[in-house]
Design a protein around this ligand. Structure first.
Ligand SMILES: [Zn+2]
Length: 258
């Protein structure tokens, strides 16, 4: 069984660490076809509440903007819950302006995606994961009563990404695993990620791009092309031009993906 060139190259490939070379393309396709998810477009499910948690403004957009656009186009409600307002970096502007600049960028991205922005009140680069913050984050999530939550994959280079992932997982366990829990990947930081569920984002790619480019202060030219490389690769795995790939927690109920 032949793998495509991207994962068949010999030797260590640190830049491609998010691809799992031990799983062949043909096996992934086989797995996907053996366990097809119901399609939202074809089903008559009630409107769903979806929350996408992320370490910083821009993370949910980077990993899930195509899927978010597909959901909201179908009439579902999506909230992007950011752990902080991006106080730690906003290009050349003074740090004390960053929270305002980046929260405004997040609002613009959410407008493009027809979603709502929410902020969990932590500080960029200084994420705290302790009992008090587990509880306050859990309260914020359960107040939204989501049907599905997407969060960042925990094996990640950035502490804030690992923090939001841990806070979300804890809220899920403590809340009785009421919502479906999925993990997403972001360019440059996610490692050891092998998705099993895919969402075709080919038709909404321009909006995914616009939502990412709303984060002007984050210099999207530096990371957006890497995310496109990922979604093209996920598209190859799932048989479409571009896809976002997800991992469902093995103890989570499955839910309809768009
Ligand atoms: Zn981030």
């Amino acid at each position: 069984m032949k793998r495509i060139d991207l994962i068949a190259n010999k030797g260590p490939q640190p830049a491609k660490a998010y691809y799992n070379p031990s799983v062949s393309l043909s096996r992934r396709k086989l797995l996907a076809s053996a366990f097809p998810l119901p399609s939202l477009a074809q089903s008559s499910v009630r409107p769903l509440k979806i929350i996408v948690t992320g370490g910083h403004p821009g993370d949910p957009e980077c990993g899930c903007a195509g899927t978010i656009a597909r959901y909201t186009d179908l009439g579902h409600e999506v909230v992007l819950l950011y752990l902080n307002r991006g106080e730690g970096f906003c290009g050349g502007a003074s740090l004390d302006l960053c929270a305002g600049i980046r929260a405004a960028e997040a609002q613009k991205a959410c407008q493009i995606l027809k979603a709502r922005a929410a902020f969990a009140g932590q500080i960029d680069g200084r994420a705290i994961v302790d009992n008090a913050h587990y509880e306050s984050f859990g309260r914020a999530l359960s107040a939204e009563a989501p049907d599905i939550v997407f969060t960042q994959w925990p094996i990640d280079r950035h502490r804030d990404h690992r923090a939001v992932s841990a806070l979300t997982l804890d809220a899920w366990f403590e809340g009785g695993r009421k919502f479906a829990l999925y993990y997403y990947e972001v360019a440059g930081d996610t490692t050891m990620f092998t998705p099993a569920d895919y969402v075709d984002i080919s038709t909404v790619e321009p909006r995914r791009r616009a939502a990412c480019y709303a984060h002007v202060s984050q210099q999207p030219d530096r990371w957006y092309p890497k995310q496109v490389e990922i979604t093209r690769f996920r598209g190859t795995e799932s048989g479409v031009p571009q896809a976002e790939g997800f991992v469902r927690h093995p103890e989570s109920k499955s839910s309809v993906l768009p």
